[in-house]
Every structure is written in C-alpha cells, then in structure tokens.
Write a protein of this length. Structure first.
Length: 95
C-alpha cells in the first residue's frame, strides 16, 4: 500500500514504525475512541467489531466504544470482540 512512498523504506517497516508511535501515544494519552461505526452503520461505517477491537488492542487502547446509527445492532458482537482481546467494551448509539 505504501510501496514507493519513501525511498529505501519498505511499507512493512513504515507500518511497524507508525504502530510503535501510536502505541506509545495511546499508552500516555489513554486514548479511547468514543465515536466509532462498524459495518452495522449502513453507508457510514466499515470493518467488523472484531477488526475494530483487535486494532484498538494493537494500538494499546484499554477500551473501545461503538456508536452505530439508530440502533444497537452489533452491540453483542462488539462486546464479545472486545472481551476476547481484553479491552473494555463501551456501547452507545447515535440518534
């Protein structure tokens, strides 16, 4: 995806470096996303609850919210995905 972006730097090493920076920042800032949509928010969200939870864990977050549009569809899936990776699930809805 990032091939050729920076001469002499492979996309994997750039990705790894960015992940390390994000982890460090999340550790010190206690970042928690409170407004996130997954594929249950039609035409606005992307990714599965599992993908979101795994990525939040990878970035060092201790919790993650899902706030899909107009319904709580996917709330149970989000809760299970967060618990599976060891982070706190936060549930909400955007009305």
């Amino acid at each position: 995806m990032l091939d050729g972006l920076l001469e002499g730097l492979s996309s994997n090493s750039l990705y790894d470096e960015l992940i390390a920076i994000a982890r460090e920042r999340a550790k010190y800032n206690n970042l928690v996303h409170l407004h996130a949509h997954n594929y249950y928010s039609f035409l606005d969200g992307f990714g599965s609850p599992k993908e979101h939870a795994e990525r939040a864990k990878e970035l060092g977050m201790r919790a993650l919210a899902t706030t899909n549009h107009n319904h709580l569809g996917g709330a149970i899936e989000h809760q299970k995905a967060c618990e599976d990776v060891g982070i706190t699930p936060l549930l909400g809805v955007e009305l």
